[in-house]
Design a protein around this ligand. Sequence first.
Ligand code: B4P
Length: 193
Amino acid sequence: MFNLILFGPPGSGKGTQSEKLIAKYGLKHLSTGDLLRSEIAAKTPLGLEAKNIMDKGQLVPDEVVIGMISSALDANPTAKGFLFDGFPRTGAQAQALDNLLELKEASINVMLALDVSEKELVKRLLKRGETSGRSDDTNEHVIRARITEYHNKTAIVAEYYRQFNKVVLIKGEGSVDDIFAALSKEIDERNKE
Ligand code: B4P
């Protein structure tokens, strides 16, 4: 099993690059943002609660997203590996993920961390907000709140994996194809069966 975390601040290209990486490597894509947006679209109680939190630019409670990931892992017993996109976003989520994978005698192989300046993040997200219909992308105040949440709660997740020597920093500015090539190179070096 090859398990990869694609990491980075909001708007760093995680969703964009995930689409290309799952097509190339046949990994199962697990995006907590996508899972939450499906709940919102279906107007479930969880979705209604999540929408309130996401519209403020805050993180959804750990137990909610950990539960979603746990179910998704169980629902895909034959996957050859997982690409985690937007998860884990807190120390508690990282610890929970390690425990869940251990139950399956698996672990995280590598965390690829996209590095993008704050100015570029805000520019990209406001641009996406013009067409995406995502309410958390249309307001610069909310976008900056998301980036602050990232610095306060999520950046430490990279420290957690750094202690196991699993973090590789990737320049996340430039063309989508160049960034994809840099990510693929790191995966190819580690995914030799
Ligand atoms: P997510 O859905 O994870 O989304 P994101 O971080 O906003 O963006 P992403 O990084 O995937 O976007 P991308 O760069 O691809 O989170 C949304 C919310 O859900 C969070 O704020 C939180 O409330 C909640 N949530 C999700 N997971 C959670 C968790 N684990 N715990 C708690 N809460 C959680 O795209 C951005 C734009 O940049 C696109 O328009 C794209 O076209 C553009 N772009 C991409 N690459 C580019 C490049 N190289 N050059 C120029 N533009 C580029």
